[in-house]
Write a protein that binds this ligand. Structure first.
Ligand code: PEP
Length: 253
């Protein structure tokens, strides 16, 4: 924990209106612990960003987005650029979530472009990697994740890498209630740090925040966060309830 920041990030996915965001942010802001040992991020739907930014302005919670388009501007109807997010005071953006890879056809090449777009606009990408159940059962988890990391981070300089957060999210654990055991999470997060060491050297590897995500909640967070190489969480379901999200923050604090 000496070298890197613990980051607790919520991923709302396609949940909550701007009105509901306001209510959530007011509750969160009113009950945040004083100590600032962990960083807190809330990744909300695009349309909820202005409300979240406004309400969390003078708090310790940073606002994140869940996606972006890799081009700066152009004929891409319905898309949002990194500069548009940065202009709204968004600080983080989730890139390569397994739901985007699975339902929206995001390839490793697209994810690499999005990482570069986020970094160029001054955003901190939260890069998601993780194996599916078949890959885990076949014993190719670490090979697969190594490939995902190399592909997503191709061309990212050591300087820029300081702003990248990695989230290890086993697909079989996301939204299923099946959390990875602390040992499983710790093992893969340690392996990710090993890959970063090879790609970027020991200093960057030990200072990179590597989160675990996949059914993390107020009950299992403590054991997961206790693992040496687990530096926080990316939290879906449990981040929809302010009381549960606050409990996880409390655990990390
Ligand atoms: C996620 O979507 O990043 C996630 C981890 O979801 P859940 O916590 O619901 O498994």
């Amino acid at each position: 924990r000496k070298y890197r920041k613990t980051i607790i990030a919520g991923n709302w996915k396609m949940h909550k209106t701007a009105t509901e965001t306001k209510r959530f942010a007011e509750r969160l802001k009113g009950a945040l612990p004083r100590s600032k040992r962990c960083s807190i991020v809330l990744c909300v739907p695009y349309v909820d960003i202005p409300a979240a930014v406004k309400l969390l302005k003078d708090s310790r919670v940073a606002v994140g987005a869940q996606n972006l388009h890799w081009e700066a501007s152009g004929p891409f109807t319905g898309e949002i650029s990194a500069a548009m997010l940065a202009d709204l005071d968004v600080k983080y953006v989730i890139i390569g979530h397994s739901e985007r890879r699975a339902h929206f056809g995001e390839s490793d090449l697209i994810i690499n472009k999005k990482i570069h777009a986020a970094l160029a606009a001054g955003l901190r990408p939260i890069l998601c990697v993780g194996e599916d159940l078949a890959q885990r059962q076949l014993g190719v988890t670490l090979e697969f994740i190594t490939y995902q990391l190399k592909a997503a981070l191709a061309g990212v300089s050591p300087e820029a890498m300081r702003r990248v957060v990695i989230a290890y999210e086993p697909i079989w654990a996301i939204g299923t209630g099946n959390t990875a055991t602390p040992e499983q999470a710790g093992e893969v997060c340690a392996a990710i740090r090993g890959v970063l060491r090879k790609l970027y050297g020991a200093r960057i590897a030990r200072s990179t925040t590597i989160q675990y995500g996949g059914s993390m909640n107020e009950t299992n967070a403590e054991a997961l966060l206790h693992q040496e190489d687990v530096d926080g969480g990316l939290i879906g379901t449990a981040a929809l309830d302010p009381e549960k999200f606050l409990q996880i923050i409390q655990t990390a604090n």
